[in-house]
Design a protein around this ligand. Sequence first.
Ligand code: PLP
Length: 236
Amino acid sequence: MTRELELAASLDRTRERLAAACRAAGRDPADVMLLPVTKFFPASDVEILYRLGCRDFGESREQEASAKVEQIDVPDPIRWHMIGRLQRNKARSVAHWAYAIHSVDSARLVAALGTAVEREFDEGGRRDPLRVLLQVSLDADPDRGGVLPDDIPALAETVSGTAHLELRGLMAIPPLGADPAASFERLAQLHTELLRAHPAATELSAGMSGDLEIAVEYGSTCVRVGTALLGTRPIN
Ligand SMILES: *Cc1c(COP(=O)(O)O)cnc(C)c1O
């Protein structure tokens, strides 16, 4: 089977899965975005998914992503979402190519992104604000990144007080071995609390290939799907 047919079939299956999850949860499918995650896969796969109608893509490794973005040649703009951990010295590059970043977890990173986007504005590299989702740590493991639940309000204030950044919501990855339902339920509670102070922060980036149905049940507005669409990666 050609790669086109393979990706067309997996995209159909995944859209069906997402539609079924929305039906089961009594939610409107228009409220949950399918974000293909193309890390480890070539620019040609992005172009195939683009031809199949996808316009948003997620990448988690800055160097790979910035190289891939340069290789893509398609007529309409693609919205690139940075979903992986980011070192501050890569903020400038992300400010150049990313539509949104789902993995913001420290005030120092916020400051670096604010400065980076400002420079992009000054040099004509972008005109729209960078959308920011705070990545929440649900297990307090510092190695896996994420802001602690108690620190969300202060970090949210920092983002909304930074020019050129737009606070859009929360993101989380359930801790390894944890019950995803419990994780997504907790995340949904934290999101409800965030919305009280920041009513425009409506996005909840939750759910991957293995747990998207559960995430949709708990209010996800964006499922980040790699394996189910593109196949297994060499490493994770
Ligand atoms: C790779 C990745 C995904 C996609 O995971 P799959 O299980 O392959 O669907 C989602 N979110 C993040 C942050 C990732 O790094």
